[in-house]
Design a protein around this ligand. Structure first.
Ligand SMILES: [Zn+2]
Ligand SMILES: [Zn+2]
Length: 144
């Protein structure tokens, strides 16, 4: 697995460092986590990696497109390593849980706007808002 991450880093001309590998591994295992959670995950395995190092790594990985930053309205920024397919997200209004939603058809079809107003479009962001199953169950139990 680690060698995959090394190849990804080299593909975008980033030096292979332990903090970068650790952040990529954390995001593979825990998609859609915020900065604090990434720091906790990385430091659980690598206690010597500083908070600032994790911030710097997240910025470098996001800038080079290895990591995607998503920020639903009113929520803290989350990060994920599934960065290249322009998939969408469903967000729970109650607890903030996030799950991936594939595009309905084909390869990033939502990039083809019905009218792009002359803009060169390179990303489409769709957020489906709703209530997650856990919160639905909780509220049903609360009503009993
Ligand atoms: Zn929820
Ligand atoms: Zn996602």
């Amino acid at each position: 697995m680690t060698s995959d991450f090394e190849a990804q880093l080299r593909a975008v001309s980033l030096r292979v460092t332990r903090p970068r590998l650790a952040v990529l591994a954390a995001l593979r295992d825990h998609p859609h986590v915020d900065t604090d959670a990434v720091i906790d995950l990385v430091r659980a395995d690598h206690p010597t990696v500083s908070h600032q190092a994790v911030y710097d790594v997240l910025r470098a990985l996001t800038d080079t497109g290895l990591v995607r930053r998503i920020q639903p309205a009113g929520a803290t920024a989350r990060y994920e390593s599934r960065a290249t397919d322009n998939h969408h997200h469903v967000v729970c209004r109650s607890c903030g849980a996030i799950a991936d939603v594939d595009c309905a058809v084909g390869h990033a079809p939502c990039l083809t706007a019905s009218d792009d107003h002359g803009f060169v479009v390179d990303e489409a962001e769709v957020v489906y808002w709703g209530i997650c199953p856990d919160c639905v169950t909780r509220s049903e139990e609360g009503n009993r």
